[in-house]
Design a protein. Structure first.
Length: 153
């Protein structure tokens, strides 16, 4: 479940109460009306960035945002979304099933990511290439099944 965005002012207050006042996670979460895990998350981010309360107080909201969240992903998914207009028109043709379209879709994804997969396979990972490919296929399967089911309602 994703969180609602918290204002940078509230994040600063969470960090101030935790670092300057020395309150426990539970007291900070009750005071700021956020979950205890949220307090732990922001405190961990500040600690990982090596920030003290004095640095936090002197920073602008944009600077603090860059320090706490150094690399935010640009896109929500690494897996391309299928073209639903094409799927819909293909399903209307006789003899075409969702299973057949799904197999063609997986084949096209695996061909498109062959270069990326070869980098993964030759990397210094302790996992076997088969296991990594299985994880990728499960991710694509879950994404495809969920979005097709949502669109067909």
């Amino acid at each position: 479940m994703s969180r609602k965005p918290i204002s940078m002012r509230k994040i600063k207050e969470i960090l101030r109460l935790k670092l300057e006042c020395g309150l426990s996670d539970r007291k900070v979460s009750a005071s700021c009306n956020v979950a205890r895990s949220t307090v732990q998350d922001y405190f961990g981010r500040a600690k990982a960035a090596g920030l003290s309360i004095y640095q936090i107080d002197s920073m602008s909201e944009e600077e603090l945002d860059e320090k706490l969240f150094p690399s935010r992903p640009q896109s929500s998914s690494a897996v391309p979304v299928p073209d639903y207009r094409v799927i819909n028109s293909e399903l209307r043709r006789p003899g075409v099933t969702l299973q057949r379209l799904w197999e063609e879709y997986i084949e096209s994804i695996l061909k498109a990511t062959a270069t990326a997969n070869s980098v993964i396979y030759t990397g210094s990972s302790s996992e076997s290439p088969t296991l990594q490919c299985d994880r990728f296929t499960r991710l694509v399967t879950k994404r495809f099944s969920t979005t097709v089911a949502r669109r067909s309602k």
